[in-house]
Design a protein around this ligand. Sequence first.
Ligand code: ATP
Ligand code: SF4
Ligand code: MG
Length: 324
Amino acid sequence: MSMNLLEIENLKTYFFTEAGVVKALDGVTFNVEKGCTIGLVGESGSGKSVTAQSVLRIVPRPGRIVGGKILFNGEDILAKKESEMRSYRGKKISLIFQDPTSSLNPVFTIGNQLSDIVMQHNRVKKDEAAEAVVKALKLVKLPDPEEALTRYPHQFSGGMKQRICIARALLLNPDLLFADEPTTNLDVTIQAQIIALLVDLQKNIGLTLVMITHDMGIVTQMCKCVVVLYAGKVMEIGSIEKIFEMPHPYTEALLKAVPRLDQTRKLISIPGNIPNLIEPPSGCRFHPRCQYAVERCKEEVPPLQDVGGGHMISCHRWRELNGG
Ligand SMILES: Nc1ncnc2c1ncn2[C@@H]1O[C@H](COP(=O)(O)OP(=O)(O)OP(=O)(O)O)[C@@H](O)[C@H]1O
Ligand code: SF4
Ligand SMILES: [Mg+2]
């Protein structure tokens, strides 16, 4: 039996826009081990959210998965009927978003909107559903969970709303949770509390967590293993130790961009622009911005290769740059 809960192989998800075909994911491969927290990192537009959308099969139009394989617990996600997928979403694989305010419905109480989810998936009565909701709200340490049932989203702070969203994502006991930049819109103290909560939940309920972020600081706090995406390609996969010790040139640039908590949370940006994914750069997609780029980088696509101990690198010069 594989230790991997999720296996993604050569995944291609394209958006067929009027301006051309946006190759948002262009052959993405990585695995997520059961019970682990992995970080999925990369700058804006690298394909992090589209990866989560692809696994849940909720890629919005004009996007489509055009190739590759997604195995969840050994089952082929891309071969499933839409009706089967509906029972997967929330129940086996769940998602929390960046913005808790827009993901909660302002016109229903917390109790009503969360109970509805339980009743849609499980044949239970209203009071049983409410019990399940209170249990989930307790799990995320929301104060006064019983009272919270009768309140509306606007009556909670941003941090509390995100706790409610996490509770909602956990209502049906999923095995895998994608957290898509869940702390971006929160201030630093609240952000730290939400991270601590996710770490706790992961340990206590044995959740497998994919933490999507562009903040390497968050990754180092939470994850053992990291997948680094750039312009729809995997640049590097490795343990935190490996990627700090001998990072891919792109990861190295990202690491230098770690925001400092004592200052305004502005990323020190990597020079140059994120490429256009309709006509991505030839060869290594990072070459126009890479300080180590040579002629070969423009011409040949570097394959993703194991450089030892499960550390995967897509770079022509990595060995040479690391003394090999
Ligand atoms: N609905 C859409 N229509 C066209 N292109 C899209 C659409 N959604 C995403 N894309 C493109 O797919 C690429 C990857 O987008 P994605 O949202 O996955 O990036 P991301 O890594 O999550 O970035 P961010 O950190 O900003 O959330 C981008 O180039 C984006 O322009
Ligand atoms: S292949 Fe070349 S351009 Fe790409 S990361 Fe490596 S050195 Fe830089
Ligand atoms: Mg995103």
